[in-house]
Design a protein around this ligand. Structure first.
Ligand code: GAL
Length: 458
């Protein structure tokens, strides 16, 4: 199937995504407070080769250059996040006006160049001062978070029309509070369950705060998801896949749409009850203007006697003779179509937007150029599956590539490169990769027979 950009319609939103901790650097400048990621990544043994994002791509000082480059690449929408501790160094209370000024400069420059800013309010970098009080495991987080959202609304709400409350709550609760491999490095079921319930409340309460201040804005929240399939056609593998699906794909969206936690398919979630207070059930739901779908791959799941609680294991893509990315994630483009279909099947979903999709590959710079044809192919194949969903009547209205520039990939450090733009982290030099050139031309193209306008997708 060939396709052109026009097949998506004029209103379709094309964009790129980043996140504060991964790109900003300037970790302690101009009054910024520490976040849990500042502390975690600067603790030996936590990240690949003890790498941290103290400087990373230094977007803090290169924002004008980067946004100008985005504009030169024809990219009309930019999703980025606000570092909570840059504007509220202690998490609550005193505002750091230098932090507000930085985001004002970013927003204003985007608007000046005709780029629409899309802001994620929380992309995993909780102020460390709040972590000292228990962070996501402390129910007081609901008040701290709503106050922070209100500060953002007052500071930026006159110009920013698109807001996302949380980025991938399952990842920061699961990796950060159960497995301990992300900040704040907590482990155990009770930490995970407490953080889960509080994050689920915050996603809905945060949405309400945005709408109270800005009734005409569009508010959503974003969800990680993977297409889950059983390894063998056995009942045990089928049930294992159901449990993993409930955890990975349904845990946060279902309370938001009023269905409650998916307890039926994953009994362990009943233990969330210990954190639930009177009135919480209705507080968990909120009618978002859009749902951000973030998908990269699929997972094959088998029953496992050795994995407590979930009794399931992921069969690694490396054992399955399939194409993989530098993250060892399978390249399986149909997954994004399947996930859009799954999210669309909930009642009252107004709009779906792919707020992240992309791939890391081992890029090489040759003569100041990066020929990353694997990434281009990955994007073309996935965009084709988004169109397939749209043609079947699913209301998907945008697609954002993760990521604009290479950046700090959490516990994996700088090794995986996801950018459309290559970054030399020593010199801060940017090189637009061939995938970035393709994406920019595609986003600009009209069906005019220019070589860029028709994607002859594999
Ligand atoms: C998402 C996350 C991003 C980015 C991406 C690639 O889970 O929101 O921050 O790291 O994955 O792994």
């Amino acid at each position: 199937m060939n396709y052109t950009k026009e097949d998506f319609g004029d209103d379709f939103k094309w964009g790129v995504s980043t996140a504060a901790y991964q790109v900003e650097g300037a970790h302690d400048m101009d009054g910024k407070g520490a976040s849990i990621w500042d502390v975690f990544a600067n603790t030996p043994g936590r990240t690949l080769d003890n790498q941290h994002a103290n400087e990373t791509c230094d977007f803090y000082h290169h924002y004008a250059q980067d946004i100008a480059l985005m504009s030169a690449m024809n990219i009309p929408n930019f999703r980025f996040s606000i570092s909570w501790s840059r504007i509220l160094p202690n998490g609550t209370g005193t505002i750091n006006y230098k932090g507000i000024e930085f985001y004002n400069k970013v927003i204003n420059f985007c608007l000046e160049l005709g780029i629409e800013p899309w802001i994620t309010l929380y992309h995993w970098d909780l102020p460390y001062e709040l972590e000292k009080k228990g962070g996501w495991t402390n129910r007081d987080i609901i008040g701290w978070f709503c106050d922070y959202v209100a500060v953002c609304m007052k500071a930026f709400g006159d110009r920013v029309k698109h807001w996302m409350v949380l980025n991938e709550p399952l990842v920061f609760t699961g990796a950060g509070h159960f497995l301990g491999i992300h900040a704040p490095g907590k482990k155990g079921l009770n930490n995970f369950l407490a953080a889960t319930h509080h994050a689920a409340l915050c996603q809905a309460e945060g949405g309400r705060v945005v709408k109270d201040f800005l009734p005409n804005s569009k508010v959503g929240s974003t969800f990680s998801c993977s297409y889950i399939q059983p390894y063998r056609q056995t009942e045990r593998d089928y049930l294992a896949a159901k449990r993993v699906d409930a955890l990975v794909n349904r845990l946060f969206i279902e309370p938001l749409v009023g269905k409650g936690y998916p307890v039926k398919d994953f009994k362990l979630l009943q233990r969330l009850e210990q954190f639930v207070k009177a009135g919480d059930e209705s507080r968990l739901s909120f009618d978002m203007d859009f749902i951000g779908v973030q998908n990269y791959t699929r997972e094959i799941v088998a029953y496992s006697y050795y994995k407590p609680f979930i009794w399931a294991r992921i069969v690694p893509a490396t054992d399955r003779m399939v194409d993989i990315t530098a993250m060892k994630w399978e390249v399986y483009p149909e997954c994004i179509y399947e996930m859009l279909k799954k999210f669309d099947s909930y009642k009252n979903i107004k709009e779906l937007i792919v707020t992240e999709n992309g791939a890391a590959f081992p890029d090489v710079v040759v003569d100041d150029k990066v020929y990353d044809h694997q990434r281009t192919k990955y994007l073309q194949q996935h965009i084709k599956q988004v169109l397939r969903a749209k043609r079947e009547g699913i209301n998907v209205s945008g697609y954002f590539v993760w990521s604009f520039t290479d950046n700090f990939e959490w516990a994996e450090g700088y090794q995986p490169r996801f950018g459309l733009v290559h970054v030399d982290f020593k010199t801060q030099k940017r090189i637009v990769k061939s995938s970035g050139k393709w994406y920019g031309e595609f986003v600009k193209s009209r069906a005019d027979n220019s070589p860029w306008s028709i994607v002859n997708s594999p």
